[in-house]
Design a protein around this ligand. Structure first.
Ligand code: FDA
Length: 322
């Protein structure tokens, strides 16, 4: 029998995939502003100017940044073009933040066309990678549901034939990922290692467990031993302590990355310890799925969300990073 906490997590993850609830929230003049107050703990703003403003504050404090215009599964060519143009403008805007190749634009390939046509998504990816290269910044591809993993890895490999500033995210939870990793290590791009946010069948993935943490550590070891550029993207204290104990992660290859608003105190401590640290900064209006995932991952966040809805907005979480 799953614990109450596991049941809450499952329920919230199911709600996050429910298109009817999502549209209802997104279109409701009462509900959207109310839930937006809770979302702001995890989302930098609705516009790129707000995200760039927070990026500037964090860069001044010595953090690398990863900016994402949130969204996925775009269903028309016109919408994909609009999204691509938003990303192009974001890359231009990153010039205001004096970014380096350690900084990145994160994106989901289904946001720029993967759900419509692989080649269309690939062409869009190349255009973004070229613009990012001009600006001296990287592109980090997010990993989506396991039904898309093959296509995402394929497009990543094709992009690597033309660009060295493109990286990829890999989910430790998928049973296939250890094998995928062996192949990805032959490509130059940075590998961002995450546990995985999507609810997957046990035929394909492990749930949150000691077994999953062991697999995460094993995969991290393989990337680190290969001296391949890696981003350790987790908030899990057990993993962080284990990695700090086993490896010296201070150096050009390794980087820690956490999601905006989550464990800023821990990321600050890692940075003060001399590690390269990065904050993932999402923005946009399509925050529903993203925020449901963040609340589901830590049921205490339900209480935080309620408090945020009642309290006046305090100007964002960038002051929490030291
Ligand atoms: P886990 O979820 O097991 O949580 C362990 C502990 O960390 C919790 O007990 C709590 O203490 C803390 N914690 C975790 N989440 C928290 C939260 N929301 N609020 C407060 N505390 C929290 N996934 C994916 O499928 N594809 C992708 O492309 C990406 N990209 C990505 C980029 C970056 C930079 C990060 C950090 C994460 C992702 N993810 C992702 C999400 C990732 O797969 C995973 O869902 C979250 O990071 C949560 O997993 P943890 O490793 O933190 O551990």
């Amino acid at each position: 029998m799953p614990s109450l906490e596991e049941q809450v997590t499952d329920a919230l993850k199911s709600i996050s995939r429910n298109e009817d609830i999502k549209s209802y929230v997104q279109e409701s003049v009462e509900l959207y502003p109310l839930l937006w107050k809770a979302a702001r703990r995890f989302v930098t703003g609705e516009s790129k100017q707000e995200a760039i403003h927070i990026a500037q504050q964090l860069k001044t404090k010595g953090y690398a940044i990863s900016l994402e215009y949130i969204g996925e599964n775009t269903t028309s060519i016109e919408e994909c073009e609009r999204v691509k143009n938003e990303f192009l403008a974001l890359i231009d805007g990153s010039g205001e933040v004096s970014c380096t190749p350690n900084d990145s634009i994160s994106l989901d390939l289904s946001h720029i066309g993967l759900s419509l046509d692989e080649n269309f998504a690939y062409t869009n990816l190349l255009e973004l990678a070229a613009k990012a290269e001009q600006r001296g910044i990287s592109i980090m591809i997010g990993m989506e549901e396991s039904s898309k993993t093959d296509a995402i890895i394929l497009l990543y490999k094709r992009a690597c034939e033309k660009f060295t500033n493109v990286g990829i995210t890999i989910q430790a939870q998928l049973h296939r990922s250890e094998q995928d990793l062996q192949k990805l290590l032959h490509y130059p791009g940075r590998i961002r290692l995450v546990k995985g946010a999507y609810q997957e069948h046990s035929d394909y993935a492990l749930p949150r467990s000691i077994e999953l943490n062991n697999r995460y550590l094993e995969m991290a070891a393989q990337i680190l031993n290969a001296k391949h550029p890696v981003t350790i993207a987790t908030h899990d204290e057990n993993l962080l302590q284990e990695l700090e104990l086993r490896y010296d992660l201070i150096g050009p290859h390794a980087q820690y990355e956490m999601l905006y608003g989550i464990r800023p105190d821990r990321l600050s401590a890692l940075r003060h310890g001399g590690n390269s640290c990065k904050v993932y900064l999402p923005y946009g209006k399509e925050w529903y799925l993203y925020v449901c995932h963040r609340i589901a991952e830590n049921p205490e966040n339900v209480y935080r969300a309620l408090t945020d809805i009642i309290r006046p907005y305090d100007g964002g979480r960038s002051m929490d990073y030291e």
